[in-house]
Design a protein around this ligand. Structure first.
Ligand code: PEP
Ligand code: MG
Length: 747
């Protein structure tokens, strides 16, 4: 870039900064800014279009177009060249605007005399704010230097907008972070919550956008980059080489931290007048904008890595850490791009809800949120850029919707909904000590699923008869190193103590697939859900399984113990697992530890194959619990974590119900105790159908016990059985519509 342009650019930025420093009203500032830019860039027109809602751009200030069009001319996102620059998040540069595809003539602006057009998006960290446009009479293409220069100016405008520099320019123009926003995501844990935003990673606030001394600023950037490189090297050295995934991420960080291209672009921004932090953020914003348009998962991950690294660099430059000194608001709702299970657990029960910009339904964070029974909505676009600490927020975990800064009518409708649910909860609470006995007299045993000590307090209040599934892997997942046996003993002892004599079905470690422990070596597998996971690992490398069984025996300390093995696919695997348990019992006896008074050894049924195991298997096993989450994914060949297919097949599909019926019949014939512990057991209609086909134990999250019990007590299971049989005889695909009609007809 020629020296003159750099000087021009620096002067322009300083004039913009001075305008910002003057205490004039927002509109005056913006008008002045367009004049300064047009002058500095020697163009006939400079206009600023800002979003008034996510779909509409409004001309907010102009030098050169007709003043009466300001706050009148509006374009939809993607409409005209201005809308196109915003939608594509990249500059549009043309010497002959009217001939350009998508051009839209706006007569009220008087723009017909201006032939050349350059529009660059005004964006901040992936958030579209508007478009900055220059136009000239003369037909010419703007140079690369001019485009780059205008992008730098647009970055400063974005920051000014964020800082509220233009607030009040027009009465009906929304100010940033002031207006309400309805954001749609995906439900990962149902429930509703009202509260205030607490940002997991508070954003870095940049107050000095423009530099006074480029050389000094370049030096600051270099020092910060050096510090960043050292910190990445330190992190790499501290990571055990066994942790392949983490090491790979850090190596990518390292690659970016040493990337000449990245540094060069930031240096160029500084030479054009930006401060070091503004330069980092400009590059970060552009990477985020690219992120939105990149479909390739690998590339998206890399852009995320670059985003993380930029955040680190910004924190080094500004000295702003995660600790801002701000006080956590009342009824905090955590907002984050993503969060690890350990971090989430640290916030624990303080939180009313969680909203994530990314995440997946089966992630560890989702598992912890489920254990904490707080609503979780994931994949909510823009939430971390839209929300500010302390903002009023409503989380509708059931619908997967988040209302940020809602108006009074939305808040009151939401509160009505919560009040209705609270009433229903009260009704359920009155059923707490009543059995789940249907009108026909059949009693269903309702149990709860748990995985953390945090779950246990809900056992007495839930009305559950037992803990039907205790997922022991959570204890392993939330730590950064393998727990010791003594720690496990202490943990399981607390669980059994808290259960106060109610049965706890401890499921041995179910790792692999989606549940990956950071400290354990994991092979690269093409399809981990069907790979080396759960009991397969336990049998091939029995060290951890044995330690866990020893801990369970010691924790039982003479009390009854129930042990359940995950993902058993054939009878022989169950036999071998039980042999391992028997050997450990023998060893513990020899070591002088008290043995459980009674021990039940059972299995999850999560693969269709086990439903066809020999009769002897059904006779030998003490109990079976259907792991419907996995069983359904294998039955329909539909990945439980893939949004595209996970809801494709109905649990009440008659093929699936017929298959479940087969399992029921085999268990009845052998006298084997049968339960169902997948998520579907907590959905009242599904639970009713399971009970109708003869599954008499249902284990679910505590909050579902009330609704399920209430429905079962109103229903006659013989009628449910008949309805399902009729649907099957008629060749219907699903029993759901007929069962819904039945439930609607109940008094
Ligand atoms: C299941 O598969 O249904 C189950 C309960 O186990 P998890 O969800 O932990 O895989
Ligand atoms: Mg499972």
């Amino acid at each position: 870039m020629p020296h003159r342009t750099q000087t021009d650019s620096r002067m322009l930025l300083r004039r913009l900064r001075d305008t910002l420093a003057q205490g004039s009203p927002g509109q005056e500032r913006l008008d002045r800014i367009t004049t300064i830019i047009a002058e500095s860039m020697h163009t006939d027109v400079c206009s600023v279009y800002l979003f008034r809602d996510p779909d509409t751009l409004e001309l907010c200030a102009t030098e050169g177009l007709k003043p009466e069009s300001v706050h009148h001319t509006r374009l939809r996102l993607g409409e005209g060249l201005v809308g196109k620059a915003a939608r594509l998040a990249r500059p549009i540069n043309t010497a002959n605007a009217p001939a350009e595809a998508g051009f839209r003539y706006m007569p009220e602006t008087g723009e017909d005399v201006f032939t050349s057009f350059l529009g660059v998006p005004i964006q901040r960290l992936g958030e579209r704010l508007g478009v900055l446009v220059v136009q000239s009479r003369e037909s010419r293409l703007y140079s690369e230097d001019e485009i780059y220069g205008l992008e730098v100016v647009a970055m400063v405008l974005a920051e000014m907008t964020e800082l509220g520099a233009f607030v009040g320019m027009s009465a009906d123009m929304p100010s940033p972070h002031m207006s309400q926003a309805v954001l749609h995501g995906i439900t990962a844990q149902e429930g509703e919550a009202e509260g205030h935003v607490w940002l997991h990673q508070p954003r870095v606030v940049i107050t000095n956008l423009v530099n006074d001394d480029s050389e000094a600023e370049l030096e600051r950037l270099q020092q910060a980059v050096n510090a960043l490189r050292v910190s990445v090297d330190d992190m790499l050295a501290a990571t055990r080489s066994r942790d392949k995934e983490h090491t790979e991420v850090l190596q990518t960080y390292r690659m970016f931290a040493h990337s000449r291209g990245w540094l060069k672009r930031m240096e160029e921004d500084i030479r054009l007048g930006l401060s070091a932090e503004a330069a980092v953020e400009k590059e970060q914003s552009e990477a985020r904008a690219r992120l939105e348009t990149v479909p390739d998962a690998y590339l998206r991950d890399r852009l995320h890595d670059l985003d993380d690294l930029s955040n680190r660099l910004l924190r080094i430059l500004t000295g702003q850490g995660n600790e801002t000194g701000a006080e956590m608001p009342e009824r905090p709702i955590l907002v984050a791009r993503n969060i690890g299970p350990g971090e989430l657990l640290e916030y624990g029960r303080k939180l009313r809800g969680v909203v994530l910009e990314e995440g997946s339904v089966g992630s560890h964070a989702a598992i912890v949120a489920r254990a904490l029974a707080i609503p979780l909505v994931i994949n909510v676009p823009r939430i971390t850029t839209e929300a500010l600490n302390g903002d009023h927020i409503l989380v509708d975990g059931t619908e997967g919707v988040v209302h940020l800064r809602p108006d009074d009518s939305i808040s009151s409708a939401f509160r009505d909904k919560m009040a209705m649910q609270a009433k229903a909860q009260e009704r359920y609470a009155s059923l707490r000590d009543k059995p789940a006995t249907a009108l026909c007299g059949t009693r269903i045993r309702l149990k709860m699923n748990a995985g953390l000590m945090a779950d246990l307090p809900s056992l007495p209040s839930s009305g559950a008869e037992a803990v039907g599934l205790f997922r022991t892997e959570l204890q392993f997942l939330i730590r950064d190193k393998m727990p010791k046996r003594s720690e496990l003993v202490a943990n399981y002892t607390r669980v059994l103590d808290a259960a106060q004599g109610k049965k706890v079905y401890f499921r041995t470690l179910d790792i692999g697939s989606d549940k990956v422990m950071p400290y354990m070596k994991r092979p690269d597998e093409p399809n981990p859900a069907m790979g080396w996971r759960a009991l397969r690992v336990g049998l091939d490398k029995p060290g951890v399984l044995r330690m866990q069984l020893q801990a369970l025996i010691r924790a039982a300390a003479g009390r009854p113990l129930s042990v359940m093995f995950p993902l058993v696919a054939q009878a022989g695997e169950f036999d071998r697992a039980r042999d391992v348990l028997m050997r450990e019992l023998d060893r513990e006896r020899r070591l002088g530890h008290a043995l459980p008074e009674k021990i039940d050894v059972g299995t999850m049924l999560e693969t269709p194959s086990l439903a066809y195991a020999p009769d002897s298997f059904f006779q030998n096993v003490d109990f079976i619990s259907i792991g419907g989450n996995d069983l359904k994914q294998f039955f329909f060949a539909a990945d439980r974590e893939n949004e595209l297919v996970r809801r494709r097949y109905d649990t009440l599909n008659l093929s699936f119900l017929t298959f479940l019926q087969h399992i029921v019949d085999r268990c009845h014939a052998a006298g084997t105790d049968l339960s169902f512990c997948g998520e579907d057991a907590g959905r009242p209609l599904d639970a009713l159908a399971f009970a109708g086909i003869g599954i008499q134990g249902l284990s679910m999250r505590p909050a579902s016990i009330g609704p399920v019990k209430s429905l079962i007590r109103r229903a006659n299971l013989n009628e449910v059985t008949e309805i399902i049989a009729r649907c099957s005889a008629r060749g219907l695909e699903s029993a759901r519509p007929a069962l819904l009609d039945y439930v609607a007809s109940l008094p």
